[in-house]
Structure formats: C-alpha cells, structure tokens
Design a protein around this ligand. Structure first.
Ligand code: TYD
Length: 199
C-alpha cells in the first residue's frame, strides 16, 4: 500500500507521517517511511539549491524527476513488491504544485511522472490557510521575500486542492490538533483505496 502525504510547508506532514507509520507498525504491518527530495545525490543537490535558489524551473523539474526515478527504483517499488506499507512525505504532487507555481504546466508534470511513478492508493492533502502555514514556519508574509513566498504558497495550495476529486485523494483540514489530524488520516486510509475500491 502506497500512502502519500502532501501539503504546503508548515502543514505538519513529517509529524503525521511518523505517527501514521507507528500506528501501522502497532497493527503488525511492515512500514517504510520516506520523503522527497530524498537524501540521495539528486535530492542533496535540490536541498542545496533551495538555499541558494539558482536552478531554473526546468532544471529543478529535471532534478526532481531524476531523484524520483531513483527513489521509485531503489526503494518504493521493492518495498511495495515486498508487501510493505510505504508512507511518503511528498511525492510527484509536490512537483505539480511547486514547479507548477514557478510557471510549468501541472498536467504535463503529472504525465511525465506517471510514466514511471506508481499511483498512490491514498493521497492525503493536508490543507492549511496560507496565513496559518506562514505563521507555523515563522514568517509573517510582509517582507519582500515573504511576500513572494506567500504568492508561491498560495499557488501551490490551489494546485494541491485541484486534486481533491481524484478517487484516491482526501483533503484534511490541518488546523486541528496533531491528534485530531492523525485520527482523520487513519480514517481516510482505512477506507478502500484506489485498487480495493476499483471493483
Ligand atoms: P520539505 O519537505 O520542506 O523538506 P525539508 O525536510 O527540507 O523541510 O521539501 C523541501 C522543498 O522542496 C519544499 O519547499 C518543497 C520543495 N519540493 C519541490 O519544489 N518539488 C518537489 O517535487 C518536491 C518533492 C519538493
């Protein structure tokens, strides 16, 4: 089973991924937790460029695709084939949202990814108003840089929410407590996913 948590920065993805993994383990399932960008060479390059901001949108897209190709081949597919629960903190929906917010076409990004990356059984979209998200990441949104960040995150949120009607997607309001959000995620993944529901 492939479960993906997505959302803008500040929505609490990493905490919720960890708690969800612990819960699956407590039910006796084998769990693999991972994240993108990865800690591999492409992922490291991307994290460095996030600090320096030097890559063009196209270069960035190519790096995310290479990073994901490795991730799928080396970790995601083998773990799914072994029957494990794979929980991802970001996946190609982040590429649609973030590189989409830089002007690339989200639908084209999606097609390039789905040519090699397995679809999730459950996509959890953690949603937060941008003011709350900025507050959580320690920004007020009123310096020039933060204004740009607000614009970009607003666009990202729109692209994430455009996925709400996908059969595998659930939008969860992340303004609740960590426990409330975790309960909502568990309820969502307990429902039939993409394949189980397809019959
Ligand atoms: P993030 O999950 O915030 O990592 P960190 O552990 O460093 O907090 O991801 C880093 C940034 O990468 C985040 O701002 C979103 C961005 N990103 C993309 O632009 N495209 C992608 O495809 C992915 C996976 C992430």
């Amino acid at each position: 089973m492939l479960i993906v948590l997505e959302g803008t920065d500040g929505t609490g993805k990493s905490t919720q991924c960890r708690l969800l993994g612990e819960w699956f383990e407590s039910t006796g399932r084998e769990v693999v937790l991972s994240r993108e960008p990865t800690d591999g060479p492409w992922g490291r390059r991307l994290r460095e460029s996030a600090a320096t901001g030097r890559l063009s949108p196209e270069e960035e897209l190519d790096c995310f695709l290479e990073d994901r190709r490795e991730h799928v081949g080396q970790l995601i597919r083998p773990a799914l084939d072994a029957g494990k629960v794979v929980i991802l903190d970001r996946y190609y929906f982040s590429t649609m949202a973030y590189q989409g917010s830089r002007g690339l076409d989200p639908a084209a990004i999606r097609r390039r990814n789905e040519a090699f990356a397995p679809l999730p059984d459950h996509l959890i979209l953690l949603d937060l108003p941008i003011d709350d998200a900025l507050r959580r990441i320690g920004a007020r949104g009123d310096t020039a840089n933060e204004f740009e960040q607000r614009e970009a995150l607003t666009k990202c949120r729109e692209i994430f929410l455009s996925l709400r009607d996908e059969p595998f997607a659930t939008v969860i309001d992340s303004r609740g407590s960590v426990e409330e959000v975790q309960q909502a995620i568990r309820a969502a993944v307990a429902k039939p996913g993409r394949e189980e529901g397809a019959a």
